[in-house]
Design a binder for this molecule. Structure first.
Ligand SMILES: Nc1ncnc2c1ncn2[C@@H]1O[C@H](COP(=O)(O)OP(=O)(O)O)[C@@H](O)[C@H]1O
Ligand SMILES: [Mg+2]
Length: 360
């Protein structure tokens, strides 16, 4: 087992900077998830930890040792990819044992370790099949089995469930969570799936354009996003954002209003919120509820989606801005119907209108 520490890690391809100085602490035995939009550098970071890519700058430590110049095979790491990367001509047993075969392990050792991995992953009955006779989820289990038998210090997963359908993803997500608990190993997991991130991680690292935007426990990111990007990225449907004017500010509370937002006092703890002038109000769809009168927002229903467990109402405000409200009930709304929405002021978020530009 080992912790993984990145300090000012950089990666450039020629003159293109892809990772722009990243500090990340992955504790021993932790489950850390990297999330962020496509192209933000998640896979590149993982491949650098694995030793599949050179590090252009900064240091990478695994288990207290700087490993920038240590070969991939010497890092004690196993990586599971989105594409299963298993050999079609080999049986499951041979696939799982592959790394051990390469390392020259004895027949007994291979049998023992394969049996153990098969038991953990509940695939004893599949050992004599070939990949062509397996479902997507079973193939991914083979790939994970191959990682397990190597007893790595750190497991790296790069969107391992992206090729699976929704039901299988749920099953496999639960299995990976159990696997982490039973092995107690350090795991770093890349996904663009929020639900995977929120449920598996004890710590989420949100990335954008090769930089860390925020790192913290899932609920910390949800309740106290440090900037608008994180606020919009974590949570589904996305947080609503509206232009407002700050009328006055008293420490960590600001009175705000706009043509469509009735004046109220919003929490104003983030940096860069002016004492007067423009700002951005953020309210989560789950924090908006229809009220009979006196709602902070008023407009008309554009569309309502009844999902059974919730109803998502798309509302056009008087100035043309749109907000989504997500109600935890099945309720009927007619398009065109006027609606007022209220929210608990304490659950509103205020952001500076111009977030500080990232310095390259
Ligand atoms: N071998 C490469 N050469 C040049 N650019 C690359 C290479 N690999 C990745 N990139 C670029 O690095 C950025 C990050 O890619 P990647 O780490 O794959 O993102 P993610 O996994 O978050 O979608 C992208 O802009 C991508 O085009
Ligand atoms: Mg990727």
């Amino acid at each position: 087992m080992a912790d993984v520490i990145l300090r000012n890690v950089r990666k450039s391809y020629g003159s293109v900077d892809v990772i722009k100085g990243v500090d990340i602490d992955i504790p021993d035995g932790g489950f850390v998830v990297f999330v962020g939009p496509s192209g933000c550098g998640k896979s590149t970071l993982l491949r650098m930890i694995a030793g599949l890519e050179d590090i252009s700058g900064g240091t990478l430590e695994i288990g207290g040792e700087v490993v920038n110049d240590v070969q991939a095979s010497e890092r004690g790491i196993a990586m599971v990819f989105q594409s299963y990367a298993i050999f079609p001509h080999m049986t499951v047993r041979e696939n799982v044992a592959f790394g051990l075969t390469i390392a020259g392990a004895s027949k007994e050792e291979k049998e023992r370790k394969v049996a153990e991995a098969a038991r953990i992953l509940r695939m004893e009955h599949l050992l004599d099949r070939r990949p062509g006779q397996l479902s997507g989820g079973q193939r991914q289990r083979v790939a994970i089995g191959r990682a397990i038998v190597r007893k790595p210090r750190v497991f790296l997963f790069d969107e391992p469930l992206s090729n699976l359908d929704a039901a299988l993803r749920l099953d496999m997500r639960i299995e990976i969570g159990k696997l982490h608990k039973s092995l107690g190993a350090t795991m770093v997991y890349v996904t663009h799936d929020q639900v995977e991130a929120m449920t598996l991680a004890d710590r989420i690292v949100v990335l954008k354009d090769g930089r860390v935007q925020q790192a913290g426990a899932p609920m910390e990111l949800y309740h106290r996003p440090e900037n608008r990007f994180v606020a919009g990225f974590i949570g589904a449907p996305s947080m609503n954002f509206l232009d407002v004017e700050v009328v006055s500010r008293d420490g960590n509370s600001a009175k705000v209003r706009s043509d469509v937002v009735a004046e109220f006092a919003a929490p104003a703890w983030r940096e860069g919120i002016p004492t007067s002038g423009g700002a951005i109000l953020g309210v989560r769809p789950q924090d908006l509820r229809p009220v009979e009168s006196g709602g902070a927002l008023s407009g008309s229903v554009n569309l309502a989606e009844r999902l059974g467990i919730e109803t998502v109402v798309d509302v056009t405000l008087r100035d043309g801005a749109r907000v989504l409200a997500s109600l935890a009930e099945d309720r009927v709304f007619e398009p065109g119907q006027s609606i007022q929405l209220g929210f608990d002021p304490g659950r509103a978020h205020l952001f500076p209108r111009d977030e500080p530009a990232d310095a390259d």
